[in-house]
Structures are given as structure tokens and as C-alpha cells.
Design a protein around this ligand. Structure first.
Ligand code: BJW
Length: 235
């Protein structure tokens, strides 16, 4: 990594590509999630209103997939956790991923801007809680006791991503912005690099299997699998 002031803030945006080598599907690569299901059916508030059981089944299947013993953080997740442990400044990971592989690798300063697969929340009282098999299909919120109000703690299309104020503050403060394994198709995350560049201060780097949609906006690129490019970049 190029020399930075030792108190510098580093913001790292991650997408589905970082978890691909851990055994989780991306969305838009060949054979990805959106080639198997219609996103309108499972990742919009309208889809949930039309068929909540279908949406609960979709996320429950992915929860079971995530708890498969073969799914584990890969060297890219571990390298980022190591960076956070050793960097004297601040490292913030903003992940679009709903899996828990960054946490399992040891990352702590982490924002799940699109929510978390292993949480569920009540649309009435708003409280996210850890998912369990019972809750996935339960009729009633255990907190407010209303019926039919539980939904996945996921940001669907048309909903506002989580912790945007904290993310924007970090983007305007950072000296290095690194985007890893995201196709640059989904806003607002796809617009972060342009925002960082507008402020004109941070170095911007893309680490991706292949150039993303917004690749030309980054000052530096390294193409290849995240399990190789990320450890090499942070070394
Ligand atoms: C590897 C690799 C390896 C593979 N190593 N790399 C028109 C213009 C602008 C915006 C909009 C518009 N129309 C609608 C919008 C808004 C909309 C949007 O962006 N739509 C686009 C489709 C155009 N966005 C929203 O609705 C968002 N909300 C919003 O904008 O609110 C308004 C607002 C914002 C801010 C402030 C105030 C108001 C919400 C978006 C929610 C997205 N949700 C999903 C589903 C989550 C649940 C689930 O998982 O089921 O999030 S969609 C899906 O896409 C998921 C992902 O997080 C997201 C991004 O995907 P990602 O991570 O980039 O994956 P892929 O598959 O696309 O790419 C994988 C990449 O990995 C590829 O580049 C590969 O090359 C690479 N790769 N193997 C390294 N081994």
C-alpha cells in the first residue's frame, strides 16, 4: 500500500465479489442470484407485500447456505481485519454484503449498509433481532406482539441504505478509498467513488476480478481474485 499519514482514515467498500471465493454467489456474475430469481419478487417492498412467504423462504434458504460449515472468511476478509488491527488511523469497512464473513474474520469497525442476513426486524416496533428458525416463519413479533410484522433486516430496492450519515462523513474524511468486488451497478454505493473524487483529497483504488462499471473513476486498479489482490494490496 502506498505511504499514507499514520492517522489517516481508510474507507473500504466491499461487495459480493469478496465473498465469492468463500462459496457465496454474487448477484450479476454468470449463474448469480439474479439469474435464478426475479429481484422484483424478492428484493423490493412490493415483492414482500405481494408474497411474504416467498421472500421469507428466499432469505431462509440463504441463511441456511451461510451456516453451511464449508462457508468461511477467505484471505481477503482476513487481510482487511488484520489491516484494521494494525493501522494506527481509522479503518472503516462499508459492506454491501449481508453475510457475516467480515465479522467472522475479526473486523469490528463495519457498516452493513444493505442490512444483515442473520437479523430480522419488526416493521412496527423497528427492533432488529437475531434470526432463528422459529422467528423466520413466526406470525408474531416477540417484542410488540403484533402479528405478521416480521421482515428480513435487508435494504431492498427503493429503500434507504443504513447509516448513510456515518458513511458520508467517513467518505469526506478519508485519505484512501478502496472498492473491492462490487460491480458498481447499485446506488448509492456506486456513487461513492465520484463523491470521494469531488472532494479531491483521497487516493481511490479498485480491486476487482475485472474492471467494474465505474472503473474509469478510480485512480488505481488491480484486477484478479480478491483472495490474492486484497492481501497483496494491504501488505
Ligand atoms: C470478484 C470476484 C472475486 C466476482 N474477487 N471480485 C437510476 C439511477 C440511479 C439510481 C437508481 C436508479 N433507479 C433506481 C435507483 C436506486 C437503486 C439502484 O441503484 N438501482 C440500480 C439497479 C440502478 N438503489 C436503491 O434503491 C437503493 N436505495 C436508494 O437508492 O435509496 C435512495 C437514497 C439513497 C441514499 C440516501 C438517500 C436516499 C437500495 C439498494 C438496495 C440493494 N439491495 C441488494 C439486495 C440486498 C438483499 C439481498 O442480498 O438479497 O443488495 S441488490 C444487490 O446488489 C445487493 C448487493 O449489495 C448489491 C450490489 O451488488 P454487488 O455487491 O456489486 O454484486 P454484483 O454481483 O453486482 O457484482 C459482483 C462483483 O464482484 C463483479 O464486479 C465481479 O467482477 C466481482 N467478482 N468474483 C473479486 N473472486
Amino acid at each position: 500500500m502506498q505511504p499514507l499519514p499514520s492517522d489517516a482514515t481508510i474507507v473500504i467498500l466491499t461487495g459480493a465479489g469478496i465473498s465469492k471465493e468463500s462459496g457465496l454467489d454474487t448477484f450479476r456474475c454468470e449463474g448469480g442470484i439474479w439469474s435464478k430469481v426475479r429481484l422484483e419478487d424478492v428484493a423490493t417492498p412490493e415483492g414482500f407485500a405481494a408474497d411474504p412467504d416467498l421472500v421469507h423462504d428466499f432469505y431462509n434458504a440463504r441463511r441456511r447456505g451461510l451456516s453451511d460449515p464449508t462457508i468461511a472468511p477467505n484471505p481477503a476478509h482476513h487481510a482487511l481485519a488484520e489491516l484494521e488491527r494494525h493501522w494506527p488511523g481509522r479503518v472503516l469497512i462499508v459492506t454491501q454484503n449481508i453475510d457475516d464473513l467480515h465479522e467472522r474474520a475479526g473486523s469490528r469497525n463495519l457498516i452493513h449498509m444493505h442490512g444483515e442476513l442473520l437479523k430480522i426486524r419488526c416493521v412496527h416496533c423497528g427492533l432488529p433481532r437475531h434470526w432463528s428458525d422459529d422467528l423466520g416463519t413466526a406470525e408474531m413479533c416477540p417484542d410488540c406482539k403484533r402479528s405478521g410484522t416480521l421482515r428480513p433486516h435487508i435494504v431492498w430496492f427503493g429503500e434507504i441504505p443504513l447509516e448513510m450519515e456515518r458513511i458520508m462523513a467517513a467518505l469526506s474524511d478519508c485519505a484512501l478509498f478502496v472498492s473491492i468486488g462490487t460491480s458498481g451497478n447499485v446506488y448509492p454505493a456506486a456513487g461513492f467513488v465520484a463523491q470521494v473524487r469531488r472532494l479531491g483529497l483521497a487516493h481511490t483504488v479498485e480491486l476487482n476480478l475485472e474492471p467494474s462499471q465505474g472503473a474509469t473513476l478510480f485512480a488505481e486498479h488491480r484486477n484478479g481474485p480478491a483472495s490474492q489482490t486484497v492481501p497483496a494490496f494491504v501488505a
